[in-house]
Design a binder for this molecule. Structure first.
Ligand code: DHB
Length: 395
């Protein structure tokens, strides 16, 4: 018995920011796609994730009409505060670069994108798990899937994209191995909390304190997100609320945090990773499937969107103009930004975190670096340029 097949131009595994935005940008070029994801729509929309969006990311979401509520949900941030040596030091993004960044949690981007795509008739198949990939070296790569009713069928495409996150099923098809690539682990993590309280500060605070790093971020007028540096094996539930607040407070000396009931705690591990390849024939990986950055500076989603913009241009040339040259350039062009972002995420981390074995020399050198950065306008601009992000490269 032959298995049922679904035919499309581009099969996209993963309904995260990269996969959904890719379907949107392709549709604008008249290219049809099928997006699959093993999760339910409720699960995708309900998983609260971080999101600092670069200037260019918000412009792109608005210009491509991918989201309707960037104007109301995205909170504009014109700068950040870096706290060190007991003082606040502001980096004025607008004054230094003419641009700003936005705090716009990832799940809000997804709620928007899913609604927009479904309204425009996009084929998104939730609770549909990819179980195998075949014909990866041919002209019609095929993904075998399991649907919500236990039905198994093939999606046959002209191109297959893995936008399926850090545990990507598509990655080994492209790289030949599960983990092959450049990898770095860090000897610390973040203990994150969500609490019900008003904002403690107008802008985000990145604090380098003698007790370690803290980030005082935000979600809404009534919900706040904060992190402190911790050991990767920390049990997030080991401390009482009062003990947690005392810890957070110690990491931001000189600033009074507004406390409130803590309703979520988690530990975020730090990793840097770039896969050894991003494309093989008519199969490509983008976003977290291709790379991971540590969270400091929040580059992850922006980088996924930059990959998506590049790949959408390459697929337009391939599928609409039968020109494969942009696709041949895709990986090299994507890697330029990926390695710049890898550097920034590592550098923001090294500037603000101390390793457990740090010596007095290490600590004082780090404060020297922060001081040198802030005493120089070009130093501040270097940080601000990275943070607000660069224009997207196009193919
Ligand atoms: C958030 C996370 C980050 O890594 C960051 O640099 C800024 C903000 C957040 O969760 O709000």
């Amino acid at each position: 018995m032959t298995r049922t097949t679904v035919r499309t131009q581009v099969a996209i595994v993963g309904a995260g920011p990269a996969g959904l935005l890719l379907s949107h940008l392709l549709a604008a070029e008249g290219i049809d796609s099928v997006v699959i994801d093993s999760r339910t729509r409720e699960n995708i929309e309900g998983t609260v994730k971080a999101g600092t969006l670069e200037y260019g990311t918000v412009q792109l979401l608005q210009d491509s009409c991918a989201t309707r509520n960037t104007a109301t949900v995205a909170q504009r941030h014109d700068g950040i505060e870096l706290w060190f040596d007991g003082d606040s030091h502001r980096v004025d993004f607008v004054g230094l670069t003419g641009k700003n960044a936005y705090l716009y949690p990832q799940h809000e981007v997804l709620i928007d994108l899913i609604a927009t795509r479904l309204e425009l008739g996009q084929d998104i198949r939730f609770e549909t798990t990819a179980t195998g990939i075949s014909a990866a070296d041919g002209t019609t790569p095929t993904v075998t899937v399991h649907g919500p009713e236990g039905d198994e069928y093939d999606i046959v495409a002209d191109f297959l994209v893995g936008a399926d996150g850090a545990r990507s099923l598509v990655r080994p098809v492209v790289t030949g191995s599960t983990h092959g690539g450049s990898f770095r682990e860090y000897p610390f993590a973040w203990l994150g909390i969500l609490c019900r309280a008003p904002r403690s500060n107008e802008e985000l605070i990145y604090s380098n304190s003698p007790d370690g790093f803290a980030l005082i971020s935000q979600r809404t007028d009534t919900v706040q997100r904060m992190y402190i540096q911790c050991d990767p094996d920390t049990d997030p539930n080991a401390l009482s609320e009062a003990e947690l607040w005392a810890q957070f407070q110690r990491h931001v000396p000189g600033k009074q945090l507004i406390e409130g009931p803590i309703f979520q705690r988690d530990v975020l591990r730090f990793r840097s990773f770039v896969a050894s390849a991003m494309r093989r024939g008519r199969v490509a990986i983008i976003g977290d499937a291709a790379h991971t950055v540590p969270p400091t500076g929040a580059k992850g989603m922006n980088l996924a969107i930059a990959d998506t913009v590049l790949l959408s241009g390459a697929l337009r040339a391939l599928l609409n103009e039968n020109d494969s040259r942009p696709l041949d350039d895709f990986e090299d062009r994507a890697l330029e930004r990926i390695w710049k972002s890898q550097h920034f995420s590592w550098w923001m981390t090294s500037l603000t975190h101390l390793t457990p074995d740090a010596s007095d020399f290490d600590r004082r050198r780090q404060l020297g670096e922060l001081r040198a950065l802030f005493d120089s306008e070009s130093g501040q601009r270097y940080l601000a340029d990275f943070y607000v992000g660069w224009p997207f490269a196009m193919l």
